[in-house]
Ligand binder design. Structure first.
Ligand SMILES: Nc1ncnc2c1ncn2[C@@H]1O[C@H](COP(=O)(O)OP(=O)(O)O)[C@@H](O)[C@H]1O
Ligand SMILES: [Mg+2]
Length: 359
């Protein structure tokens, strides 16, 4: 198991045919019979599949095993941003800026396709191969065309702590600037290492941001303005502001500025694939989690940084040694040789020797 959220548990699985790791997101048992949640789960896969972007996790399939629906997607070996913040305390400003620009780039693409994520938070930002940030969990995403469908009306969807005031009031009124608000909070968390709490405005947190670059603090605070009109008008506008400041930060690579999301930067040691600790399918295990846990118990991010060392039991078993094939011609020749030698010996001993010995 690599993580668990409000709706699902995510496992790492090995595709034995393509020989690659994948993540398999399995809907919690308690939601299996809830038609709305099931529908939303299927919708999540369709929404992600419609969005092709370097910083959005790729979905490969959706299926069901013994009535349990699951989504197959990219496995992100670097874990989630939340796990990373938990481990490091806060992120180095340059790393925070790069991560945020990539996430905003992904959000901009989603917004241009009429999709509002509505649950942008560090738990839903993953690190893929080469540490590329990946936006995931479109489980409560809103297709602007679907606004006010009976399915979602009057339901407050998202995570209260990271929700903009207008989304907390009515999920249907969430727009691109609501995602900008949540992105601003993510930036605040990355820089300060502090968790926001519902109703706590970033403007109140000026003190907590005192030790970081005031220009970055200003960007986080503008993105988190209580009034949507005071925020950046789009994810791209916030990304532009970050690029400008980022260019002046030490060790920022200016050549990446115009193509956010294309820099294969490594903020940490390259992640390595941890050994398998679960098999797929997990079967109907009795120890399946029943509680939501925002911070999964396994694997800890540190495990990704360890050199991969496979236990003896996890090593691929060696095929049995094969015997060299027996050549039938050689065997026939050997038999003939043996028969010939025996006949000659018999002839010499029984016929020739007595004949010579006879007077
Ligand atoms: N593709 C993935 N690769 C690695 N870990 C993942 C992946 N997807 C999700 N996770 C982990 O599982 C957790 C829950 O997944 P998520 O899709 O957010 O589920 P939920 O919809 O229930 O919130 C994430 O916070 C993350 O830690
Ligand atoms: Mg989630």
């Amino acid at each position: 198991m690599v993580g668990s959220g409000a709706s699902a548990t995510v496992y790492r699985a090995f595709d034995t045919r393509l020989e690659v790791y994948r993540a398999v997101k399995l809907l919690h048992d308690r939601h299996r019979r809830d038609i709305k949640t099931r529908h939303r789960f299927e919708e999540e896969a369709a929404v992600i599949a419609s969005l092709r972007h370097r910083n959005i996790v790729t979905v490969y399939d959706i299926d069901a095993e013994r009535g349990k629906p699951f989504i197959v997607m990219d496995y992100a070996p670097g874990g989630s941003l939340m796990q990373r913040i938990d481990r490091l305390g806060s992120l180095e400003p340059t790393a925070a800026v790069h991560t945020m620009i990539d996430v905003l780039d992904a959000l901009q693409t989603a917004h241009e396709r009429g999709i509002i994520h509505r649950d942008v938070k560090p738990h839903n930002i993953l690190f893929g191969i080469d540490d590329v940030p990946l936006l995931t969990d479109f489980g409560v995403a809103l297709r602007i065309d679907d606004r006010m469908t009976p399915r979602t009306r009057n339901r407050i969807l998202g995570t209260p702590t990271y929700m903009s005031p207008e989304q907390a009031h009515n999920s249907e009124s969430a727009g691109p600037r609501s995602d900008v608000y949540s992105a601003g909070l993510c930036l605040y968390v990355m820089l300060s290492g502090r968790q926001p709490f519902a109703g706590h405005e970033v403007a109140d947190a000026r003190e907590e941001l005192e030790h970081i670059d005031p220009r970055l603090a200003e960007i986080a605070m503008r993105a988190c303005s209580p009034s949507a009109d005071d925020r950046y008008p789009s994810a791209a506008a916030m990304a532009d502001a970050l690029c400008e400041v980022g260019a002046q930060l030490p060790v920022f690579r200016p050549e990446t500025l115009h193509t956010p999301g294309t820099a294969p930067l490594r903020y940490l040691a390259p992640p390595s694939i941890p050994p398998m600790d679960e098999t797929w399918p997990p079967g109907l295990r009795s120890d399946e989690p029943t509680e939501d846990s925002a911070t999964p118990s396994t694997p800890t991010p540190e495990r990704f940084l360890e050199a991969p060392s496979l236990e003896a039991s996890e090593r691929r078993p060696m095929p049995p040694a094969r015997m060299a094939p027996i050549n039938p011609i050689a065997v026939t020749l050997l038999v003939l040789l043996f028969v010939g030698a025996s006949a000659t010996t018999w002839f010499v001993l029984n016929r020739l020797v007595p004949a010579l010995a006879a007077p």
